[in-house]
Structure formats: C-alpha cells, structure tokens
Design a protein around this ligand. Structure first.
Ligand code: NAD
Length: 477
C-alpha cells in the first residue's frame, strides 16, 4: 500500500479510498495508491506554503542548490531501485527505465548547479534613481505529470521549480506514481524540509482539477493531452495563475535525398519505438524526398519487421502500452487507416511468451498517409509511423507545418544552407539536424508552439518560467 507524501509524512487519502496499480506487462494489479481528493490537495498546499514562508525561504540559493545536488547523488545511488519501480509501473524496457533514472539524477544535478546563478539586472534610469530587477520564486508551484516519463518530467519540472526557490505540490498520473513517491522519500532523507516536495495521487478529474483550481497555487506546470491542457488553462485563467503547458506533438522527420541514410535509420526507428511510441516528442511522421521514397521505405520496412515487443523485463525494442484504453486508441487509428486504404509497409512482432493480459502493440509502418488524415494530424501515442513523400523543399516545409502541433522536428540533409533554411522555416520548439533528441536533452530548452503548448522546461531557460520578475526603483538623489 502506497501513501501520499505531504510534509515529509506518508499519509492516506483523507477519504481512505484507494486505486489499484496495474502492471502493463501482465494487466494484473499489484499495489494500491491513495485516491485523493480536494482536501488532500489542500493539506499539501498548506504544507508547501508553510515551507515556502519558513525554512525554504531562509536557505540561500547556494544551500538550496546543495540540497538538489545531494538528491541527485542519492537518486544515482538508488538508480537501479528507481528504474525497477518505473519498469513495472510503466512497462518500460530495462534500458529505457535506467536511462529515465539517470535523466532524473541529471536534472537535479543541472538545477542544483544553477540554483545560485539566477541574476537580475540593473536598468538605466533617470539620474538619482537606481533600478534593479530581481528574479523571485512564484511561491507554491503545482506540477501535473503524465504517465509516460514520470521520473524525467518530475526531474525537469520539480527540479527547476525548487532551484528557483519554489515549494512544490505534485499530482502524478494515476497510472504511474510509484517512482515519484520513492523519490520524495529520498528527498526527505537528504534533508529537504517538510513541505518542499509534496505528492498527492489520484484521478485527474478529481485531484488534478482540485490542484488547478486551488487559490494557493501560484504557478502550474502541466504535461499531458491538449484536451486537459485546455481545462488547466481555463481553470488557471479564473485566478490569473501562470501556466506552462507541454501538450505533445506530431513531430516530422524530414529526409532529403542527400541525407546519410545509414546515420538516419536508427534515429528514425528509435524516435517512434522508444517508450512504445508514448513520447510527446516521438518522430511519428517521416517525410521523405520522392527520389529516395521507395528505397528508404524498403529499408525502414525491413527494420520494422525485426522489432520485437514483449514484457518490460525482457528489455526488447518495445514494452507494453500503459493501459487497455491506450491500446484501444492505437487499434482505432489502425482500423481507420485500413478503412481509408492506407497501405501498411511492415509490422514488428509481439513475442509468443508475452502474457495475454499485457497491452502489447507491434510497431507499424504505414505509407502514403494523406496529410489531412487523422494519422497525419493527431497524436497516436503508440508505435505507429506515418510516411509520406515530398517533391521539393517548399512541399517538405508545408507538410512539416501542416498539423496543429509544433514540438520537435528532425531534418536530415548534408546541405548546410538547406539545414539552416529548414531550421528557420519549420515551426517547432526544437529542430534537430542530422540527429534527434541530442543526449537526452536535459540541458536543452524544451517546449512547443501552437497546440504543443507554451513555456519552456529543461535547460536554464526553464528557471525563468519558475520565477517572476520584480522591478525595484530606489530614488537616492
Ligand atoms: P491526460 O492529459 O489525461 O493526463 C495527464 C495528467 O493530467 C495526468 O496526471 C492526469 O491525471 C491529469 N489530468 C487528467 N484530467 C485532468 C483534469 N480534468 N484536471 C487536471 N488534471 C487532469 O493524458 P492521458 O489521458 O493520460 O493521455 C491521453 C493522451 O494525452 C495521450 O494519448 C497523448 O496524446 C497525450 N499525452 C501527452 C503527453 C506528453 O508528454 N505530451 C503525456 C501523456 C499523454
């Protein structure tokens, strides 16, 4: 049985209600989490406020930074344990779960180092007046986290918020919270004061909604679906609370005829297969120069046929999807594709030993997907890659920009001038040229345009979002 983490104490939901934790590899329940409600969020917000106005504000930025660094080391010591928790909770293959634990440690390392580097400015003003700007924390920040990368998204969002001087109330996804409850315990062990990090579990429409509406929350960081992002922004607008939204994408990988295909191929596969395609920055569309359309599809198809899917602990190319409804969502996309006559090039295979109750989907490559079909427009959030040809650079740009999203894009060409032109013309928060997702991207500012959201997380840039700027004008004659 798991508990909420409020003021460094393990507490059940005030209602005493619980929700089962399901292993996506088997479909079997194996633990319980609190099904919390507004009263639990209220307790967490009060704990965070008391910490913010008390011990947290008394720490210097350097002392805050040292705490984050201590937590980073502690996470690294417990990386195998955390990876194992995340593996079972989310159905992640071992390599993915380990890399998520490493990214979590790295986020606290980066933000620990950055905590005492946030500077304001002096502003030229009239004689006799000195004007300064200070970057101040918002106060109590709310973090609503999805199930696809709990550790990574907690690291980037809570790590940045704490470094900037905020105290945090976290609502993980109901499908995946166990690793974060453990990280909160580790944070208490390394000396985070009660209330600095609080975690309240439960359903989005119950406890997430209560967090978004709570008047004691001074900033909300949300990662998840566009539909819920709209609800969060509407709730926050009622009290003019600032919001950062990270809502996913339909990211294109654009391959010109002069690209190094040997280099590109593993990236193209990984960008859609990683985490079984349940990645906001998944490269879920591949736009291919018509000159190399057929030969590249042949190579991609052969690679897809080799992909293997099975239980997370088998550490294959893909683990299961998170839950039955997500599997059904992918099936709906694929049956729509079939009804529309969209040709399938190739599929991977689910291994025979995969338990029947698990949520397995073979990676699937489709070709000639019409630009306005929902497969080319909407996030599938599964291992489904949509290929389409283009004939020149203008058409490549038009196709790349022809969705409501704008999160990430990959451009593959050896032509330096074209690399720069494409990077400028594609509307996305990140553009990778001849690579994709550089180094896990902890230091790289991340976020979208259009329906992919607004605001930036990761990198130093995120710290600005977790602060508010105060201008101080001192008249001294
Ligand atoms: P979701 O948006 O419903 O859930 C994300 C988080 O929001 C979870 O913690 C959830 O409990 C919470 N939430 C849900 N309803 C809420 C509400 N009314 N008020 C406040 N919080 C609420 O996403 P999902 O249902 O888990 O996944 C559906 C789709 O969302 C996916 O298929 C995918 O397209 C997208 N998604 C994107 C990302 C991403 O990283 N961008 C992550 C997860 C899901």
């Amino acid at each position: 049985m798991q508990f909420n983490h409020i003021a460094n104490a393990a507490v059940p939901a005030a209602s005493g209600r619980t929700l089962p934790v399901i292993d996506p590899s088997t479909g079997e329940p194996y633990d319980d989490i609190p099904r919390s409600g507004p009263e639990d969020i209220d307790a967490a917000v009060r704990a965070a406020r008391a910490c913010f106005e008390g011990p947290w504000s008394r720490l210097s930025p350097a002392e805050r930074g040292r705490l984050l660094l201590r937590l980073s080391l502690k996470i690294a010591e417990h990386a195998e344990e955390l990876a194992a928790i995340e593996q079972r909770d989310c159905g992640k293959p071992t390599k993915q779960a380990r890399s998520d634990a490493a990214a979590l440690a790295r986020h606290f390392e980066v933000y620990g180092g950055a905590a005492d580097t946030l500077c304001g400015e002096t502003v030229p003003s009239t004689n006799g007046t000195s004007v300064l700007t200070w970057r101040e924390p918002h106060g109590v920040t709310g973090h609503i986290i999805p199930w696809n990368y709990p550790m990574q998204i907690f690291g980037r969002s809570v790590g940045g918020a704490l470094a900037a001087g905020n105290c945090c109330v976290v609502k993980p996804a109901e499908d995946a919270c166990l690793s974060l409850l453990r990280v909160a315990e580790l944070a208490a062990e390394v000396g985070f004061p009660p209330g600095a990090i609080n975690i309240v579990t439960g359903y989005g429409h119950e406890v997430g909604d209560a967090l978004a509406r709570h008047p004691g929350i001074d900033h909300i960081s949300f990662t998840g679906s566009p539909r819920v992002g709209t609800l969060i922004q509407q709730a926050a607008a009622e009290r003019h609370c600032p919001v950062t939204l990270e809502l996913g994408g339909k990211s294109p990988q654009i391959l010109f005829a002069d690209a190094d295909l040997d280099d590109a191929l593993p990236y193209l596969i990984n960008a859609i297969v990683q985490n079984a395609g349940q990645t906001c920055s998944a490269g879920s569309r591949v736009l291919i120069d018509s000159l190399i359309y057929e030969p590249l599809l042949e190579r991609l198809g052969a690679a897809f046929e080799r992909l293997r899917v099975g239980p997370a602990a088998m550490d294959l190319d893909c683990g299961p999807l998170i839950r039955q409804s997500q599997l059904q969502r992918v099936w709906d996309f694929l049956s729509d594709a079939q009804a529309a006559g969209i040709p399938m090039v190739a599929q991977g295979r689910v291994v025979e030993s995969a338990p029947e109750g698990g949520y397995y989907q073979a990676p699937t490559l489709l070709r000639d997907v019409p630009v306005m079909h929902r497969l080319a427009q909407e996030e599938v959030f599964g291992p489904v890659l949509a290929a389409m040809p283009f004939h020149d650079e203008d058409e490549a740009v038009a196709l790349a920009n022809a969705t409501p999203f704008g999160l990430v894009a990959g451009v593959w060409t050896r032509d330096g001038a074209r690399q720069l032109r494409m990077a400028r013309r594609v509307r996305a928060g990140q553009v990778f040229v001849n690579n994709y997702g550089a180094g896990g991207g902890v230091e790289l500012p991340f976020g979208g345009v259009k329906s992919s959201g607004h605001g930036r997380e990761k990198g130093f840039e995120a710290l600005y979002g977790f602060t508010t700027l105060k201008t101080v004008a001192i008249h001294h004659g």
